[in-house]
Design a protein around this ligand. Sequence first.
Ligand SMILES: C[S@@+](CC[C@H](N)C(=O)[O-])C[C@H]1O[C@@H](n2cnc3c(N)ncnc32)[C@H](O)[C@@H]1O
Length: 293
Amino acid sequence: MFELRLLCPEDRVEAVGDALEALDALSVSVEDADAQTPAEQALFGEPGMPPPKGGWQRSLVLALFAQEAQAKEAAELLAPQDFFEGCRFIAIVDVPEQDWVRLTQSQFEPVEITPTFWIVPTWHEPPAAAQEVIRLDPGLAFGTGTHPTTRMCLRWIARQPLAGQRVLDYGCGSGILAIGAAKFGATAVDAVDIDEAAVRSTEANAQANGVQLTAGLPDRAQGRYDTVLANILATPLKMLAPLLCGHVAPGGALVLAGILARQADELKAAYAPHARLEVGDEEDGWILMTARL
Ligand SMILES: C[S@@+](CC[C@H](N)C(=O)[O-])C[C@H]1O[C@@H](n2cnc3c(N)ncnc32)[C@H](O)[C@@H]1O
């Protein structure tokens, strides 16, 4: 295995990742180039820090190729092109397959949502107590179950009588919430995201989990839903208030995450004309807010 390593500014990461995948990279992963330094950034924001929009300011893009010639060819093809601007080629490194697999796998362990509901990477056996399992491997889209905001939404899903419901996952990322809703009985699930890579990732993950859903860009959300889930961030959630509430059927549930505890009041105020938001869960400084319309 050969790893092509590039340093990319945040706004080039997606284009470069897509191009490397199109050139037969077996996988593309992204890391914080400033990890372990004072400039290290939290991926999804932390109390007191502005959340990075979609990634780190300086990202290390790591593309794995089966052959060294493929990695060299990819570097040579991409280097002269405009979209490579601002990126710096670092190296092509021979990575022993076993090390790479072990390293990736060691970073993603099964995640317990409830004692009987687990997120399990494909290389792990589900725990014996698991009755509901979402199979998910790390990819480019957000949502592996390791972030508190995702876990709180999944815990909420596990507590609800979703059987027969129409559910919307707005800002689906990997599709983890939409897949969870389908596993817990929702019969019509729409998953939407502004990021096309997230839409593709959701489709692939749904298929791998044997669930039916429709994934697309935000205009794919149509009509009213019994449950609307949106794990985004406080600022877009405030702007989306009329739109999200407009998608909730009378008596339906609205579930919002990606909100820091100290942002509860501003969210309540933004939603007040449409819905009465309450804090439903809290973990590591993040809250889940819900409303019944
Ligand atoms: C924090 S991730 C959540 C992913 C997944 N739903 C979860 O719970 O783990 C937020 C997602 O919302 C998407 N997003 C951000 N702003 C959006 C908007 N205005 N409309 C739709 N999707 C948006 C992002 O592309 C990203 O995939």
